[in-house]
Ligand binder design. Structure first.
Ligand code: NAD
Length: 474
């Protein structure tokens, strides 16, 4: 019988009469049922979070740290069960699922060590003028399906540390592992501090519009981010938006082809390309284009696409049918326009599971849809460039501004280019490395605000300035 997972509201495990099915993208089988919540369940969760906020926000920060660390410990202790469940609902290979579970626990533990120090603006004979941070209140967290656990925990931990309480909504495609974690942490976290409720996309606007939620922290597509900003504007909720990207990687002629080929490959194909900061446009200098593109294509031949629970799988299925159809549409568009494929491009329509083969395109034009749009799938367009000025302009010619990378034997040159890219993060000679202590956020339409680090923590707070005139009554 298919297992039904419960929501966590006010410290209780709760189910609803209406449920939603969760599929395994590797075979389209139902692997779990979850509550389908609406306004009533949301009201209960928000009321619980509001009640818990009164006491949680007053607890010393070291006690809040200890609770977050205990949660991280519970996740680590149960990592074996959790990573397998994550592969079942998300599709990513076991090794990558393990990385996400341990990564989420590590991130929580690291974030729990952050502090928001008071700032003394003036401490003179006449005045004490200080600035401190106070929690905003009840947070609504909304997360996507590509890194469901990491995204949930990177919102829950700083919200809790700041003194806020949270109502979190996982993606309807990938709620299971988060709900299992909610069940496991139930007795570690005070009732109402963390609430997890599941529902269709339609639950999202109810959260955004809820009058007793003070802040929305969202990760997902730019299109949804815009709707959230609009919804949150009604009562001026605080918002943090981590949105889409169309990241450029730039490979200079002095890059070591043998070393770069494998890393470039995984910068595009990890998690089947479903990473906001995946390399989605790869610009290679014309002097090494043929050699490097051949090396990447050769490496790709050795990578197995398949069920993430099978030994040796490097690239799993696309997570859901809607995204699968979108990636197939972009590939079909490339074919219809006669663009050249170095690898892949032929999706097998028979059988079950949302599999797209590793697909690498040979120098499609800049305005090809597969270059200009975020593919969010196992697709890598390689493009030739001639000059640094030209490639910087091409890289920046996007409404997105999430991340980018430069690959070169000359790191000074790499940094010089990095500083000219209009993105929130740029890597030189590596990729996907994010620090829990550095702000992560997008420029332009890739986001609003930041997560991680002190800057990310501040987003769950207001500033409050207290000014005391000394000896005024003397
Ligand atoms: P999505 O925007 O479709 O959904 C994200 C979440 O929003 C889901 O929980 C969904 O149920 C909810 N939602 C849908 N409509 C809503 C509405 N009107 N109001 C409120 N909530 C609503 O995104 P997705 O397809 O799940 O994720 C893929 C996208 O996320 C990609 O564009 C990717 O680049 C982006 N992403 C960004 C980051 C980042 O940190 N910048 C990280 C991961 C993914």
């Amino acid at each position: 019988m298919t297992k039904t997972y419960a929501n966590l509201i006010d410290g209780e495990l709760v189910t609803t009469a209406a449920t939603m099915e969760v599929l395994n993208p590797a075979n389209e089988q139902v692997v779990g049922l979850v509550p389908s919540c609406g306004a009533d369940e949301l009201d209960r969760a928000v009321a619980a979070a509001r009640k818990a906020f009164k006491t949680w926000s007053k607890r010393p920060i070291d006690e809040r740290r200890a609770v977050i660390q205990a949660m991280a410990g519970v996740i680590k202790e149960n990592a074996d069960e959790l990573f397998r469940l994550l592969t079942t609902e998300q599709g990513k290979p076991h090794e990558q699922a393990k990385g996400e579970i341990y990564g989420a626990a590590g991130l929580m533990a690291a974030q729990s060590t952050l502090s928001l120090e008071e700032e003394i603006i003036e401490d003179s004979d006449t005045r004490l003028h200080r600035s401190r941070r106070v929690p905003v209140g009840v947070v609504g967290g909304i997360v996507p399906w590509n890194f469901p656990v990491m995204m949930a925990m990177q919102k829950i931990a700083p919200a809790m540390l700041s003194g806020c309480t949270i109502v979190l909504k996982p993606s309807p495609f990938t709620p299971l592992t988060t709900l299992r974690i909610a069940e496991l942490i139930k007795d570690v976290v005070p009732a109402g501090v963390v609430n997890v409720i599941t529902g269709e996309d339609s639950l999202g606007p109810l959260i955004t519009g809820h009058p007793d939620i003070d802040k929305i922290t969202f990760t997902g597509s730019t299109a949804t981010g815009k709707k959230i900003m609009e919804g949150a504007s009604k009562d001026l909720k605080r918002i943090t938006l981590e949105l889409g990207g169309n990241d450029a990687s730039i490979v200079l002629p002095d890059a070591n082809v043998a070393k770069v080929a494998e890393q470039l490959f995984w910068s595009s194909f990890s998690n089947a390309g479903q990473i906001c900061v995946a390399a989605k446009r790869v610009y290679i200098h014309e002097d090494i284009y043929d050699e490097l593109s051949a090396a990447i294509a050769e490496y790709a031949k050795g990578v197995k696409v398949g069920d993430g629970s099978e030994q040796g799988t490097g690239v799993g299925p696309i997570q859901n049918k809607k995204q699968f159809d979108r990636v197939c549409e972009l590939i079909e568009d490339a074919k219809a326009n006669g663009y050249k494929f170095l690898v892949g491009g032929d999706v097998d329509p028979s059988g079950s599971g949302y599999y797209v083969p590793i697909t690498i395109l040979d120098n499609p034009p800049e305005d090809a849809r597969i270059v200009a749009e975020e593919q969010f799938g196992p697709v890598m367009p390689l493009m030739k460039f001639s000059t640094t000025e030209e490639v910087i302009e091409r890289a920046n010619n996007s409404d997105y501004g999430l991340a980018g990378a430069v690959w070169t034997g000359d790191t000074d040159k790499g940094v010089e280019i990095a500083e000219q890219l209009e993105t929130g993060t740029v890597w030189v000679n590596e990729y996907l490395h994010l620090s829990p202590f550095a702000p992560f956020g997008g420029h332009k339409q890739s986001g609003f605000g930041a997560e991680y680090g002190v800057e990310g923590l501040k987003e769950f707070t207001y500033s409050q300035v207290i000014t005391v005139k000394k000896n005024a009554m003397a």
